[in-house]
Design a protein around this ligand. Structure first.
Ligand code: ZN
Length: 203
């Protein structure tokens, strides 16, 4: 199982971190060990002093493929959830400054959180999905798929030009504006429309 992540897929988020709006998707990966298993506590990692949440929609790949065309891409995923791409922002800033890879900031154990899966039905309008995250019952991030720079289908097609996609692979599709810090004791809740898909406390 592979975990792909898209960086800078919302204009407002790219700008809040001082980045340019990309011309093609920015892709990075997390290993399988990054996935927080169900009913496992999440611990604040000891190597960072600036842990950021990034709430994102996550796709579940349901069919093996390579060189997938955009117009066929929707046949390759069947599940959607809300998750967190946890980021050690202090480490990422250091790595970015030096032009080094991001893995130490992004791909550590349990840095990928996913919620309960929603099956993608033909009736679901993928251009009109609201998702959000609350920290300690306060709204901190609010996303809408119409504001994505690259659509689900474009992302799947693009990734498959470089990597084969396999059943069970996950794609974090980027975070909207409003990323921020969390500390021990924070309670995070992720919503797809009005349905809560995950809750997590930082230990
Ligand atoms: Zn992210």
């Amino acid at each position: 199982m592979k975990i792909f992540c898209v960086g800078r897929n919302y204009v407002a988020h790219a700008k809040e971190l001082g980045n340019d709006v990309p011309e093609e998707p920015v892709i990075f990966m997390k290993p399988k060990s990054a996935l927080l298993q169900l009913h496992t506590p999440f611990y604040y990692p000891e190597f960072t002093n600036e842990l950021h949440y990034e709430c994102e929609l996550v796709l579940r790949i349901s069919k093996n493929g390579k060189y997938i065309q955009e117009r066929h891409a929707s046949k390759y995923y069947n599940g959607l959830t809300v998750g967190i791409d946890f980021t050690a922002r202090d480490i990422q800033n250091e790595l970015k400054k030096k032009g080094l890879p991001w893995e130490k900031a992004k791909s550590w154990d349990n840095s990928a959180v996913i919620g309960k899966w929603i099956d993608i039905s033909p009736e679901l309008n993928k251009k009109d999905i609201n998702f959000s995250m609350y920290k300690n019952k306060e709204l901190v991030q609010k996303g809408h798929t119409a504001n994505m720079i690259f659509t689900f289908d474009q992302i799947v097609a693009h990734i498959s030009n470089y990597f084969s996609l396999n059943i069970g692979d996950l794609i974090f599709t980027g975070t909207p504006a409003g990323v921020g810090e969390c500390v021990v004791g924070d309670e995070l809740e992720g919503f797809f429309e009005s349905e809560k898909l995950f809750e997590l406390s930082v230990k």
